[in-house]
Design a protein around this ligand. Structure first.
Ligand code: ATP
Ligand code: PH2
Length: 202
């Protein structure tokens, strides 16, 4: 046996804090057990369709992320702002499988927004691209940095309608089924663009 493997007598070996062991274990579990995540995409500046497809391809290019389904495209009146004050949005929802933890998925979402020249000035301002994490597995968390499920998804027809198309029996954790929630919101100003299509990355 060498001096190194004598273990306990080696003064350079420090005990690993329990919190670090927990984090490593959690990361290891996620790595072997991909989670499902639901991501909403929106764009109301620039070439909206190209940008949404670019975002889908960028999600797929992310290590630890696989795009499993892409919804139809909806053209939607801007929600939460003065009518007529912004161009109409294109919205879509994608279903992912991911080994990334929620915080890393959000970082990646922000990086993709930036790659498409998203400018953050006013709340609910017009944007080239918005990438929101609508749900991550069954996680319910009120952290303002990353609230899960997304705090306004359950009242947004522009999220619920495309989500329902790709996952008709989905649940919004803590809120009910997407189908029930969709019945409670108006579909005025939310139109499927059947002439347009987003596709799964090749
Ligand atoms: N589920 C979530 N998905 C994305 N961002 C979230 C989420 N929960 C909290 N946030 C936080 O919200 C902040 C603002 O996000 P963003 O600029 O995309 O808001 P918005 O799209 O203008 O409005 P909304 O949040 O109503 O969709 C982000 O920096 C992020 O930290
Ligand atoms: N129709 C529509 N309205 C919005 C959207 C959006 O994606 N579509 N996103 C917003 C901020 O996330 C605010 N308002």
């Amino acid at each position: 046996m060498t001096a190194f493997t004598q273990g306990h007598s080696d003064p350079t070996v420090q005990p690993v804090p329990a919190s670090v062991v927990q984090q490593v274990d959690a990361a290891d579990t996620t790595l072997h057990n991909p989670k499902r995540a639901v991501v909403a995409l929106g764009a109301n500046l620039g070439n909206r369709l190209e940008t949404l497809q670019g975002a889908i391809d960028a999600l797929e290019d992310t290590p630890g992320v696989r795009v499993k389904a892409v919804s139809p495209v909806y053209e939607t009146e801007p929600w939460g702002v003065e009518p007529g004050s912004q161009p109409a949005y294109f919205n879509a929802v994608v279903l992912l499988k991911t080994t990334l933890p929620p915080s890393s998925l959000l970082e990646r979402a922000h990086a993709i927004e930036e790659a498409f020249y998203r400018v953050r000035d006013e709340r609910w301002g017009a944007r080239t691209l918005d990438v929101d994490i609508v749900a991550y597995a069954d996680v319910v968390d009120d952290d303002p940095q990353l609230t899960l499920p997304h705090p306004r998804a359950h009242e947004r027809a522009f999220v619920l309608a495309p989500w329902h198309d790709v996952e008709p029996h989905a649940q919004v954790p803590g809120r009910g089924t997407v189908a029930e929630l969709l019945d409670l919101v108006t579909l005025d100003g939310v139109a499927a663009r059947k002439d347009l299509e987003l596709h799964l990355p090749e």
